[in-house]
Design a protein around this ligand. Structure first.
Ligand SMILES: Cc1cc2nc3c(=O)[nH]c(=O)nc-3n(C[C@H](O)[C@H](O)[C@H](O)COP(=O)(O)OP(=O)(O)OC[C@H]3O[C@@H](n4cnc5c(N)ncnc54)[C@H](O)[C@@H]3O)c2cc1C
Length: 394
């Protein structure tokens, strides 16, 4: 989505944190931000500012003063990843639970099983999964499996926070999945709640509010007719995958994998491999991915750190038994060229990643959210937060 926006003229700044607003009287006329990579302060002037900060919505609201009428609660969702051969089923499943539903979804060579739905008021940057979360998911899926799953079958675990509009019910699974748009002060639009699947409607509603604030004269939104980067031409390329395989020297299953991940941007990856044939090899300790995908993440997908690549641009962090530890060095060395890292930085990245995974594993042995959070929160961050919403932050 960000790359599509950039292609249409948006300026994208990754790892830049808003820490305050620029004000003229009551009006918001921009934001103060910090570049977390360099620590440099940035002032962005704007006629309209949008707060679209998910579970951080209330923190941003506090920066304008007062708590506003809209509050967002965080609900933690934990998913487990298990190998495909652990469940003998030919289709996905949706199971009813006492609170909500549990999905069992086929995912490449794995199953994804989840999710939990519990209130979370601890570290929002990196929510920790606890032993209780993992047991909850296992207990529920085991009710329908002939051969039950145990903790040893779990390859990976990931946790996220849903931003839910609060105030309607105490139970987070009952909170509204609808979104809302508000104008807390002149110059500032707030959008919160909603679902990933409704993001285009949310974006349209937020931009309509911005257009109103600008006094109109802006053409209607065309987001519902705008293909994302890689979508245009995808279907035809899928039909041509055998020819792409012949032309590139890659196996057709590799080409299918690249098409699934990059759509018609597959040509960028194939060009990289043509220029540097070693990039056409799979990563040694994460064979589902090619070395080219790591380099591409830095060149074209805004990855700045090893963790970005292993946990976000690829899913290596929860699709391998060792959670990406064994592949970390090879991936960091591949990133060193486009990101201009020296040997010291390569070591630093691998070390941070390893410590993060160790903390995550230790957290998952803890019974409660508080204990899991205390351990996971203790892991060092490769890029520190600027301190918003924390005591002492501005
Ligand atoms: C486990 C789980 C399962 C889900 N399943 C589904 C599903 O099946 N279908 C579905 O439609 N939705 C699902 N969702 C919900 C969906 O992921 C969210 O609704 C959606 O991501 C919310 O988008 P958002 O842009 O509002 O917030 P977010 O995606 O949280 O984005 C907010 C962004 O603001 C940034 N930010 C915060 N503070 C600052 C600051 N001070 N400066 C700069 N940036 C800042 C954050 O870094 C973040 O990138 C699920 C969520 C979870 C956790």
């Amino acid at each position: 989505m960000l790359r599509t926006a950039a292609g249409l003229g948006a300026r994208i700044a990754s790892r830049v944190q808003a820490v305050g607003f620029l004000r003229e009287g009551e009006h918001v006329v921009g934001a103060r931000a910090a570049d977390l990579e360099t620590g440099a302060p940035i002032h962005v002037r704007a006629r309209q500012v949008v707060n679209a900060a998910g579970v951080w919505t209330d923190d941003i609201q506090e920066m304008v003063g007062g708590r506003g009428q809209i509050h967002v609660r965080a609900s933690k969702g934990v998913h487990l990843v298990v190998p495909r051969d652990r469940i003998q089923a030919s289709s996905g499943m949706i199971l009813r639970t006492e609170k909500s539903v549990l999905f069992v979804i086929p995912w490449g060579r794995h199953w994804i099983i989840g999710t939990t739905d519990t209130d979370w008021d601890l570290d929002k940057e990196n929510p920790a999964a606890s032993r209780a979360d993992i047991d909850y998911v296992l207990d529920h899926v085991n009710q329908v499996l002939r051969t039950p799953l145990g903790r040893d079958d779990v390859e990976g675990v990931f946790a996220g926070l849903r931003p839910l509009l609060s105030g309607e019910s105490e139970e987070s699974s009952q909170l509204s999945r609808e979104h809302t748009v508000a104008h807390p002060v002149p110059g500032l639009v707030l959008i919160a709640g909603g679902k990933y699947t409704t993001y285009r409607v949310m974006a349209k509603d937020a931009v309509d509010a911005v257009a109103h604030g600008l006094g109109g004269g802006i053409p209607d939104s065309v987001t519902d007719r705008l293909p994302l980067v890689g979508a245009d031409g995808y279907a035809a390329l899928r039909n041509q995958r055998q020819a792409l395989a012949r032309g590139s020297g890659l196996h057709v299953s590799r080409v299918s994998h690249l098409l699934r991940r990059y759509g018609s941007s597959v040509h960028d990856l194939l060009t990289l491999i043509r220029e540097r044939p070693d990039l056409g090899r799979p990563l040694e300790a994460a064979e589902d991915y090619l070395r080219a995908e790591v380099v591409y993440a830095a060149l074209a997908e805004g990855a700045r750190h090893l963790e970005d690549v292993l946990s976000r641009r690829t899913r290596i962090s929860f699709e391998t038994w060792d959670r990406g530890i064994a592949v970390a060095e090879e991936a960091a060395e591949l990133l060193a060229v486009p990101l201009e890292w020296d040997e010291e930085q390569v070591k630093r990245e691998v070390e941070f990643y390893r410590k993060g995974i160790e903390a995550e594993r230790a957290a998952q042995e803890q019974d409660t959210d508080q204990e899991a959070d205390a351990i996971q929160h203790g892991a060092p961050e490769i890029v520190p937060e600027a301190g918003i919403g924390r005591p002492g932050g501005d």
